[in-house]
Design a binder for this molecule. Structure first.
Ligand SMILES: [Zn+2]
Length: 173
């Protein structure tokens, strides 16, 4: 379009076109081409502006993706650290349990393991201030008297939940 406008302008300037009608027509065409070029430049400008704003949006979204990714990485790292800690704790508790279990008579250990499975993972409970800490029920006076009369090595059971009762100085006897 520019070339055509330049060519028209050249013809006009050369003086080769002499007919007033042709001159007028040529001038009209030059004006029309100039207007069209202006319109196209406006379109190009608008497209460039839209491209720029789209580019800004891309940058903004990329930043947000990076931020979310960083948060996810952080959460993953914390989860992995917590898992490692729990695994180590579990291994340590398992070792401790093996040591303790080794000192418990076999038949008592068998009873304990059976009760543990039946009672949601807790096979023995502390007798604390006359209350079974397994089922939280207070022992009645008859039961307390039986506990009091029992020899120290007797395996006592809670009448209510059947767990092994462990006597301590705080049993309230
Ligand atoms: Zn109980």
């Amino acid at each position: 379009m520019r070339q055509r406008a330049a060519r028209d302008q050249q013809r006009l300037d050369s003086g080769a076109v002499t007919s007033p009608k042709d001159l007028e027509s040529l001038q009209r065409e030059i004006a029309s081409l100039a207007k069209r070029q202006g319109d196209l430049e406006d379109v190009v400008l608008e497209v460039m502006e839209r491209r720029e704003s789209a580019q800004e949006r891309v940058t903004e979204l990329s930043d947000r993706v990076s931020a979310v990714q960083a948060k996810a990485d952080d959460a993953t790292a914390r989860r992995d650290a917590a898992t490692k800690e729990l695994d180590e704790e579990a291994a340590s508790v398992t070792r401790e349990r093996e040591v303790v279990a080794g000192s418990v008579p076999a038949d008592l250990l068998k009873l304990y393991d059976k009760l543990r499975v039946q009672q949601g993972g807790v096979g023995a409970a502390r007798l604390y201030q006359r209350r079974c800490e397994g089922c939280r029920l207070e022992l009645n006076i008859t039961e307390i008297n039986e506990v009091k009369a029992a020899a120290p090595d007797t395996v006592l059971r809670c009448e209510n939940c059947r767990r092994i009762l462990v006597r301590t100085a705080e049993s309230g006897l």
